[in-house]
Design a protein around this ligand. Structure first.
Ligand code: ADP
Ligand code: ASP
Ligand code: MG
Length: 440
């Protein structure tokens, strides 16, 4: 059995939904995970934000505008009258529900209820479309099996038990459709796997079902060697190891949600990245096999905060780093990069929710400097640290102000911390020097 996930663009228009139908109807049994139609989750986030700010009228307008879009989808996609009625009723019920929330006071739960509606809509509509096309399909509600625990990790035991039970209890189908992104939390309340989380849903399902392969279908022909939103002349990489793909996803390659690779790596299930609009192109295969060597790709992650902790007492003092790390652990804040000198340690975090408390505690035994709006640029490949071409990286550094370098933490990764204003220049220069082999 395979698990196929289709992203926002892939289900974002009638034309693309029809392409998805072609891709999934190959007589093989499969689970299909869908995102919300492109733009929907952003609109839902906007609605939640208007409610948070007390701007109810703007929320109402935004809901009405989104409702109109779905009425158009309904009219263009569903022709059979009883199915049309079902979909119309469902769409109306979702928008009535959204309108019923506008006067509620804002909470994380309210946000979660609102943003969940995108995947609920896309899967309902697409399932009815497949029924109209006489395909043997069943909708599996993700909220009946997908759950995270207190540490926000997937509760694989619960997911496996419940998903298998639901499949056994439902009519046998060729295609099972389910929602990406949404889940229940440890208390059984509606939650989600964070923005872009449908990719993660797919590999979690792949792992618990011991799938042959997970396919992530999107709007580009695989993982590119640099961020195509900022750099020209990038190309798809045919093969990546789990470790390489995990580093790229974690360090900002938007094509994959940061945690997507983990369940697949643990269960050793290959992940294929494919382009819905060009199904015959090879895409990227992520597996346990290493192929090629040297630097394969560059990615960048924004919204990084650098913290420099200076202490004269650090000199020769054992236990200093332990004290520092304990503070980050206490505030459940993970550290991405770290560099040390004799009197100072610099580190980076991407979640600054508890920054003020962290600084207060650090200042009890050191002086602290903070730099916000930093970006981590990550170079990923097989044995990049050992590879002779890696020296090119240092040729680039002379033009860009680099705040930190992490080299040798793993053989797959070299990370640079730069000011976010310099990120695009850095990505372009690295592309030129590393992939286009220009010497200075
Ligand atoms: P989906 O809605 O299908 O989940 P996303 O927008 O989340 O799609 O991810 C695909 C997008 O990721 C691409 O259109 C591309 O702009 C962006 N992207 C960023 N970095 C990379 C990369 N290294 N390789 C491929 N795509 C990338
Ligand atoms: N619809 C969600 C989002 O836009 C999840 C996803 O697309 O993977 O973040
Ligand atoms: Mg995505």
């Amino acid at each position: 059995m395979k698990v196929l996930k289709f992203g926002g663009t892939s289900v974002g228009s009638i034309k693309n939904m029809k392409l998805v139908k072609e891709i999934i109807t190959d007589n093989e049994k499969k689970i299909v995970v869908l995102s919300a139609m492109s733009g929907t989750t952003n609109s839902l986030v906007e609605i939640a934000e208007f409610i948070r700010k007390g701007e109810q009228n703007k929320a109402i307008d935004c809901i009405a505008e989104l409702h109109k879009k779905y009425q158009i989808v309904l009219n263009d996609l569903i022709e059979v009258s009883n199915l049309k009625q079902d979909v119309e009723d469902y769409i109306n019920s979702v928008f009535e529900f959204l309108n019923s929330l506008i006067l509620d006071s804002y909470s994380e739960l309210l946000y979660n209820k609102i943003v969940a509606q995108g995947e609920l809509l896309s899967t309902f509509i697409f399932t009815k479309y497949l029924i109209q096309e006489k395909i043997n399909v069943q909708l599996l509600p993700a909220l009946d099996f997908m759950r995270i625990d207190k540490a926000n990790e997937p509760d694989e035991f619960y997911i496996k038990q419940n998903l298998q039970r639901i499949i056994n209890e439902s009519f046998p189908a060729d295609i099972y459709i389910t929602q990406g992104f949404i889940c229940l939390d440890a208390m059984g309340k509606i939650a989600n796997l964070q923005r872009g989380g449908s990719d993660y849903t797919a590999t979690i399902i792949g792992a618990v079902m011991n799938a042959d392969e997970v396919e992530i279908w999107t709007d580009i022909d695989g993982m590119h060697n640099n961020d195509p939103r900022f750099v020209e002349n990038t190309h798809a990489i045919s093969n990546l190891s789990f470790d390489e793909a995990a580093e790229l996803a974690y360090f900002g390659a938007k094509i994959l949600h940061p945690q997507t690779v983990m369940p697949a790596r643990e269960a050793n299930i290959p992940v294929r990245l494919k382009n819905t609009m060009e199904p015959t192109s090879y895409g990227t295969l992520i597996s346990s096999k290493y192929k090629g060597e040297g630097i394969k790709a560059i990615a960048a992650k924004d919204n990084i905060t650098a913290i420099k902790i200076k202490s004269a007492r650090m000199l020769l003092a054992h236990g200093f780093l332990k004290k520092v790390f304990e503070i980050f652990e206490k505030y459940e804040t993970s550290i991405d990069m770290i560099t040390t000198s004799e009197i100072a340690v610099s580190l980076t975090i991407d979640n600054d929710k508890n920054l003020i408390s962290i600084i207060e505690e650090l200042e009890k035994f050191s002086s602290v400097e903070i730099d916000k709006q930093q970006s981590i640029i990550c170079l990923v490949g097989h044995d990049v640290v050992l590879h002779p071409e890696t020296h090119r990286l240092f040729e680039v550094l002379k033009d860009i102000s680099v705040r930190m370098i992490s080299y040798g933490g793993s053989n797959n990764n070299i990370s640079l911390l730069v000011n976010t204003n310099d990120k695009i220049t850095a990505l372009k220069k690295l592309n030129t020097y590393i992939f286009e082999a220009v010497t200075v």
